[in-house]
Design a protein around this ligand. Structure first.
Ligand code: AMP
Length: 398
């Protein structure tokens, strides 16, 4: 049993760092409440114990202090709906008199949502005295915000030091994220295949380098594949290419060969005469794309080759789409890979999907519940797989 599950919160004020950074439309209505729902199991357990819950989060990127557009006030009503029968209060400040009065007035089984942490510039600066002021609000600190675990901010990392070890812990969401990431990084059953896609090689160099130490196979798709193709002497037409990364791409391929890691590049591509769903399309070898055409998805041959690699995998990590899946004409490759990951999972593989666009893709194609774990933390998951220590995790474990 984990520290969190073992802890009895009766009579305690639990100060929880959640990631309620949800998208709002022009009318300030929540358009996707996934992040709020992800924190509910943690909140419910504390309330069930007879504890009091104080929630702190950031919302958006306010530049100049309090701004109505970024107020967490807009989330109160929906939070109440997600927690039927629970009284949800709001304090229009996250520190000081208003916050402490509201925290002290809180009854057992009640929830208090604090105003946006980023209305204070001290939050992102990781200011110690700001963190200390936040810490006075609770008896126990729970970090359940995996999405911001890679930031050394006041509420995500610095604050932990103001609580004794027995009074600082991860919430259930964070525990799940950390456990599944650790399973992949440290206990991966082999063969272990990493699928890396998306637009840019430059964003994914560190993760590929780190995975060269862990994976047996690395599938490279998406726009970044064409930099590798060109580096190998291929013709890529007007496909996406980072000219300044050609050498890096070749070095990664050399390192992989030296380590015996199989790199799978797409043998063919769906090519288009412009970046549009109305473009004329055709299929071409990924290293022989005609002038004036660009690769916007992996081709049917590559999709089957990738699916075969995935079929024999026991551990799968997926970050980044195989093509411009936002456009229907170029989504087949990403969909086929999602399907193959689901098939491998059904056959007993452990699969973790992390990173904004691949998460969006598995959701869009209806595979989210057919993979082992879908991570809520894009940037945080990426940094974790780059081999970095995340400040939010380190501070609780310290
Ligand atoms: P990233 O954020 O680096 O994971 O990149 C995701 C984006 O890469 C998505 O918006 C995709 O549309 C885009 N993408 C994937 N494949 C290609 C491609 N072949 N050419 C251009 N963009 C692509």
């Amino acid at each position: 049993m984990s520290a969190f599950s073992n802890h009895n919160f009766a009579g305690e004020k639990a100060l929880i760092r959640v990631d309620f950074n949800v998208p709002l439309n022009d009318k300030l209505e929540i358009t996707d409440d996934t992040r709020m729902r992800a924190a509910l199991p943690t909140i419910r357990k504390i309330l069930a114990d007879g504890g009091r819950v104080i929630l702190m989060s950031h919302l958006g990127r306010p530049k100049d202090g309090p701004t109505d557009k970024y107020s967490l006030r807009h989330l109160v009503k929906h939070l109440g709906e997600l927690l039927p029968g629970v009284k949800v209060h709001f304090a229009d400040d996250c520190i000081g008199e208003k916050a402490s009065t509201a925290a002290n007035a809180l009854g057992a089984g009640e929830v208090l949502l604090l105003e946006n942490l980023r209305f204070y510039k001290e939050e992102e600066k990781g200011d110690r005295s700001f963190a200390e002021k936040l810490a006075t609000l609770g008896d126990v600190y729970v970090n359940d915000a995996f999405g911001t675990a890679h930031r050394a901010h006041a509420s995500t990392a610095v604050i932990a030091a103001f609580f004794p070890k027995s009074k600082r812990m991860f919430g259930l969401l964070m525990e799940g994220e950390v456990a599944s990431a650790e399973k992949v990084l440290h206990e991966a059953a082999k063969p272990f295949t990493a699928i890396i896609g998306g637009a840019k090689v430059s964003d994914k160099i560190l993760i590929i380098e780190n995975l060269l130490e862990k994976a047996t196979d690395i599938i490279i798709g998406g726009g970044m594949a064409y930099t590798f193709m060109k580096a190998q002497g291929g013709k890529i037409g007007k496909s996406l290419c980072e000219e300044d990364r050609l050498e890096t791409a070749n070095e990664l391929l050399k390192k992989a060969a030296a380590k015996g890691v199989n790199i799978h590049l797409p043998s063919d591509s769906i090519v288009a005469d412009n970046f549009s769903n109305d473009a004329n399309i055709s299929t071409a070898p990924s290293n022989a794309i005609p002038d004036g055409w660009m690769g916007l998805d992996i081709g049917p041959l590559a999709a089957e080759e990738f699916a075969n690699v995935l079929k024999r995998s026991k551990t799968i990590l997926w970050n980044g789409p195989m093509g411009v899946f936002e456009m229907p004409k170029f989504q087949h490759g990403t969909r086929r890979v999602a399907e193959a990951v689901a098939e491998a999972t059904a056959a007993g593989a452990f699969s973790l999907v992390g990173g904004g666009d691949s998460v969006a893709a598995v959701n869009q194609f209806g595979f989210a519940d057919k993979v082992s774990y879908v991570s809520t933390g894009g940037g945080a998951m990426l940094e974790y797989f780059e081999g970095k220590e995340l400040p939010g995790i380190a501070a609780v474990k310290a």
